[in-house]
Design a protein around this ligand. Structure first.
Ligand code: BGC
Length: 825
């Protein structure tokens, strides 16, 4: 059905209460409810912020994968963000998605936050401005946006139950500010509420955030939807302003809403308001020309590849370089599992099936020739073992057969419900239409693959299960694992795991079968998940010794390690800032063997680098999207001059992070943001703590000198101009960062805050004049709790400009003559 404009009032006047109740929740995981008789179509939503996954996790139609959050933002490049936004809009159109569930504009408050990687870092203005550019690109392709998650969704452990206590200034000046900027610049069609409570109320019931701030103060007129399974009540959520429960079928809406109307705990007026919010999306979608329930298609071409390569290059941050980089285009030893793995995205809702992810190893071979590239694993770096498909006898992308049933193996001639070929053993129950399983039955599944290993050895496999599972090798049961339902295990995140070893002979066929049965879960619904992988059982120390011994023999060595989607994902925080087991020992052993080794750290947040003093070159990478290997190649071998700047402070040790004393929940699952407005670099400034690498830090293969700073105060902006001279011998891009400090504020203030930035390209030896325009209200205001408004404070201000928050080269002052109070930008 074509999606057409509707007259919302007219439709509401004709809807029955039953239809209205239905409209306030999703039809399924990714679609809204239609009411075809009144021209209301079903709309499609899709994750995620850094690729458009479409309607399936398993066997998803591929999409273009772009760099993730904290690293994408390291580009500090608004034009690039806009181009990527347009490309994402095109991807959404290809997938028939009317609305993209993003951008994620929470704050990377702690390096331990499981999802910190997904945000744009620790600065609200950088986040708001970059998110606006990305959003505008998406919207210019007539695809709707859904900034998320409103608000303070900065921690994953107990995310559905935890509470955030926060001062009004910190809430407004840090955590709500990016949302306010996006509201002002992009007029979003929807917002997604947070799982957590904010001052005692879940995001989905938080009238203060939804109604009082976003609607009344900011003028939002669209749809508030809950995060998936984040609706926690029927009447309270509707009365607080939550229009849409996602996903469907509903837990709290549908019939329950009808019941509440009957008992008048929801008035028909409030129900109409909820329906109105949802129907605004129909009119938003009507502009797109995307039909209802469209087929999911693909869109990939050379331009997309080139854009993704550029985005990934600009996301790389050269953190240290003592004359090692760039390397020469000759023989290289590359060490690390992730060199071959292509960690193009992190975990959770960001997961996409990328078109052609290029690993660093692939790119090295392509560019230097196979004979010039040697690789060793160094030390395995993962929670999830590699797919059983790795050793499949039949070489194919999807070598594993996956059959589902609603009866166990013991039932002879059981009926197959579905049959697929897949790349790995992986079940997430929410991907199933419960209607395909008969009432009272569980889902049963069997994965089967014939494997044939290249080396006789002991192998280790795992079974990560919510529900029950068994592994059969050549028909004999080799392992059984039966577990209770644990929160988060539906996506496999917290599912209990066992490991087993088996000796396999090279060249011999083994039929591996993995049986799964779902559980009744916490709500009596069929729930659960399964994961199973395999690897050669080798002691990590043996691998490390092999790598360190080899490193001595090479002139050029790269070691690549860090985190990946097993460690940075939804639903769980990291328990330590350290890298996963064995990785520090690996890097240090290799550096001891060959002090000229280039270290590449792949992560979305900071990790401790205990060996850092020994390293002459450290490059920060991350989840760089599908062109990651090529982008790393370009920077390491000098094809691209690095220009990325850190979007979060890299502390020397965890204790130095601003949230370190207030990241743990108390017994009542509450957390007070003790860092208040002094989050990130503001904490380092006020507490005089030197970071290892400062917010905004990032080197180039050339050098820049900033000079001749001029400031002029206009009606709505404070405009800076600064001369940037490239004083080295390579062309390159410089990021001009402007930090403002009020001189005599009436309230406590951060020592300095980023208020504007721009990125300029400059040829070797040449100069350019960079212009930075700062929004006057944003640059000179604080949230005045006594009058519940923002105050643009009169007085003198310093503005310091430089290439990093710890390298501010020139300062000027300016004056704001008149004080003014304001509510919305
Ligand atoms: C995430 C959201 C996401 C949703 C749908 C949730 O787990 O928090 O960001 O959009 O799932 O995948």
């Amino acid at each position: 059905m074509e999606v057409k404009q509707i007259d919302i009032d007219d439709v509401i006047s004709k809807l029955t209460v039953e239809e209205k109740a239905k409209l306030t929740s999703g039809r399924d995981f990714w679609h809204t409810h239609p009411v075809h008789r009144l021209g209301v179509p079903s709309l499609r939503f899709s994750d995620g912020p850094y690729g458009v996954r479409g309607t399936k996790f398993t066997d998803a139609v591929p999409t273009a994968s772009i760099p993730s959050g904290t690293v994408l933002a390291c580009s500090w490049n608004t034009e690039l963000m806009y181009e990527l936004g347009k490309m994402m809009g095109d991807q959404a159109r290809a997938k028939g998605a009317h609305l993209l569930l993003g951008p994620t504009i929470n704050m990377a408050r702690s390096p331990l936050g499981g999802r910190s990687f997904e945000s744009f870092g620790e600065d609200p203005i950088l986040t708001g401005v970059l998110a606006s550019a990305l959003s505008q690109g998406i919207k210019d392709r007539k695809v709707m946006i859904c900034p998320k998650h409103l608000a303070c969704n900065d921690k994953e452990d107990s995310r559905m139950a935890m509470n955030v206590e926060i001062s009004e200034r910190a809430l407004r000046e840090i955590y709500m500010l990016p949302f306010m900027i996006v509201q002002k610049n992009n007029d979003p069609e929807s917002y997604m509420t947070a799982y957590n409570k904010i001052r005692g109320k879940h995001g989905s019931e938080n009238e203060y955030l939804m109604r009082d701030i976003v609607e009344k103060e900011w003028g939002f007129k669209g749809c508030f939807m809950s995060d998936w399974f984040g609706t926690v009540s029927t009447a309270d959520s509707i009365n607080a302003g939550l229009h849409l429960e996602m996903p469907g079928p509903p837990i709290w809406r549908g019939k329950l809403v009808e019941n509440c109307v009957y008992h008048n705990t929801i008035t028909e007026e409030s129900l109409n308001e909820a329906v109105r919010g949802v129907l605004t999306l129909v009119n938003g979608a009507a502009k797109s020309g995307i039909p209802e329930d469209a087929d999911e298609g693909q869109l990939h071409n050379k331009e997309i590849v080139a854009l993704n390569r550029q985005a990934a290059r600009e996301a790389l941050v050269l953190m240290r370089n003592e004359g090692i980089l760039p390397l020469q285009k000759k023989k290289v030893l590359v060490i690390g599992e992730s060199a071959k793995k292509a960690n193009y995205c992190a975990g959770g809702a960001c997961t996409v099936n990328a078109y052609h992810p290029v690993s660093l190893y692939d790119s090295l071979v392509e560019n230097l020739g196979e004979s010039n590239v040697d690789w060793v694993i160094g030390a395995p770096n993962r929670r999830v073992l590699p797919s059983l498909g790795l050793y499949a006898k039949e070489k194919s992308k999807k070598p594993i057969t996956y059959r589902t049933y609603d009866e166990p193996r013991s039932v002879r001639d059981r009926k197959i419900l579905s049959e697929l070929t897949v790349p790995e053993v992986n079940v997430m129950m929410f991907e199933f239409d419960p209607a395909s399983i008969r009432p009272g039955h569980h889902l049963h599944a069997t994965f089967s693959v014939t494997i044939n290993v290249p080396e006789s050895s002991k192998y280790r496999y795992n079974l990560k299960v919510a529900g029950s599972a068994q592994v059969l090798i050549n028909g004999d049961v080799h392992a059984t694992h039966v577990t209770d339902y644990v929160s988060g295990s539906d996506m496999g995140m917290n599912a209990p795991e066992i490991f087993k070893e088996v000796y396999l002979e090279a060249g011999k066929d083994y039929l591996f079968e993995v049986d799964f049965e779902s559980t009744s879960g916490k709500d009596g619904l069929s729930a659960g998940s399964l994961g199973c992988g395999i690897e050669k059982a080798v002691a990590p120390e043996d691998y490390i010794k092999e790598a360190a011994d080899l490193a001595k023999k090479y002139d050029q060595v790269i070691v690549i390690t860090g985190l990946n989607k097993d460690f940075e994902t939804e639903g769980i925080d990291r328990s330590t800032m350290d890298m996963p087991p064995h990785q520090d020992l690996l890097v240090e052993s290799v550096l001891d063997s060959n002090p000229n080794t280039v270290v590449i750290i792949e992560s979305g947040t900071a990790v401790t680098l205990p060996w850092e003093k020994k390293a002459k070159a450290i490059l920060h990478s991350g989840y760089l999207g599908e062109e990651l290997g090529n982008a790393i190649f370009d920077v390491v071998f000098g094809e691209y001059n690095p220009s990325g700047k850190l979007t979060f402070t890299w502390p020397k040790r965890y204790e130095d992070n601003s949230a370190a004393t207030s990241f743990e929940l108390d017994k009542s699952l509450s957390l007070t943001y003790l860092d208040d407005i002094y989050m990130g670099y503001r904490h380092n400034d006020i507490s005089k703590i030197d970071p290892l690498f400062a917010f905004g830090h990032g080197l180039s293969y050339t050098t820049f000198k900033f000079d001749n700073l001029k400031v002029s105060v206009a009606d709505h902006t404070i405009d800076l101009s600064v001369d940037v001279k490239n004083t080295g011998d390579r062309d390159g891009s410089a990021v001009v960062q402007a930090y403002v400090s009020p001189k005599n504020s009436s309230v406590p203030q951060a020592v300095k805050s980023l208020k504007g930035f721009t990125k300029v390209f400059c040829k070797a030896g040449a100069s350019v004049t960079a212009k930075v325009s700062m929004d006057k209200k944003l640059a000179c205001s604080f949230y005045n709790t006594s009058i519940k408004q923002w105050t643009l404070e009169a007085g003198e201000y310093n503005v310091a400009v430089g290439s990093s928050s710890d390298k501010l080269e020139i300062t000027e002052t300016f004056e704001i003559e008149k004080c003014a109070n304001w509510i919305m930008l």
